[in-house]
Design a protein around this ligand. Structure first.
Ligand code: PMT
Length: 220
């Protein structure tokens, strides 16, 4: 059984959206609720791991007091928090929906309504998982891919580009998959590009499958 098969392992999980500030009252965000990442954190803790959950803004609570929760706002903050714990991590799972871009200038004061059109210039955020993939020693690195087209191809290219050991693909074309919903439908793609499609399940059950897959390829 799966009892305490992660005992002695430090598992770092990212969850939720990031908020990229525009001014003191506004931000650019996305629809992630954090549930997928929180469910993975709860499952890893249940199975004996030492869990650090790095989460963007969400109203969720962890189910296990042993989980160390690090709250962040922006992609930059999530990047810093991830790099702080990475050297001591055994497994990192990136379930957060990290903003790829942020406003280049953050206004000090609330921006006033004025012209008919208003332009915000965006600049690229660092890719957190890719930056970890570039420096990893023996950490097992797991990413997600949220796609709307050419799903498997894009997921494979992310797996490679970010130097991941496993990628969990979810497609917004699948009913019941992705943001907000209590369910998800995922496909695992491992380093050899072997593809393992899964059934539609509750996110709790998907979290268990993800940990099982990691244990199979890394811990055992
Ligand atoms: O939070 P829920 O409402 O439960 O929804 C769950 C989810 C749909 C958010 C989750 O299952 C999911 O797919 N998370 C990843 C969403 C995403 O941003 O995917 P992506 O394909 O853009 O990114 C690929 C991977 O790189 C992800 O692991 C992401 O965390 C990571 N990334 C992306 C950009 C960036 N700047 N840094 C990163 O580390």
């Amino acid at each position: 059984d799966s009892a305490l098969d992660l005992k002695g392992k430090k598992v770092v999980i990212t969850a939720g959206p990031t908020y990229e500030p525009i001014d003191p009252v506004r931000f650019i965000g996305n629809h992630s609720t954090g549930k997928m990442g929180f469910d993975i954190a709860n499952e890893a803790a249940k199975r004996g791991a030492d869990v650090v959950l790095i989460t963007g803004p969400t109203s969720l609570k962890t189910a296990n007091d042993s989980i160390q929760v690090v709250k962040v706002l922006s992609a930059k903050e999530m990047y810093q928090a991830c790099h702080e714990v990475f050297p001591s991590a055994d497994i990192v799972i990136g379930a957060a929906a990290v903003a790829d871009y942020r406003p280049k200038v953050v206004a000090d004061q609330k921006i006033k309504k004025n012209d008919e059109e208003f332009t915000i210039v965006l600049e690229k955020n660092p890719d957190i998982l890719a930056s970890l993939g570039a420096i990893k020693t023996n950490q097992f690195l797991v990413g997600f891919a949220l796609e709307t087209e050419n799903e498997v191809e894009y997921a494979k290219s992310k797996l490679k580009k970010k130097n991941l050991d496993l990628i969990v693909l979810n497609s917004l074309n699948d009913q019941g998959a992705g943001f907000g919903k209590p369910t998800n439908k995922v496909t695992f793609i491992d380093k050899d590009f072997s593809i393992y499609p899964q059934e539609l399940k509750s996110k709790e059950a998907v979290a268990k499958d993800i940990i099982d897959q990691i244990v199979k390829s890394y811990v055992e």
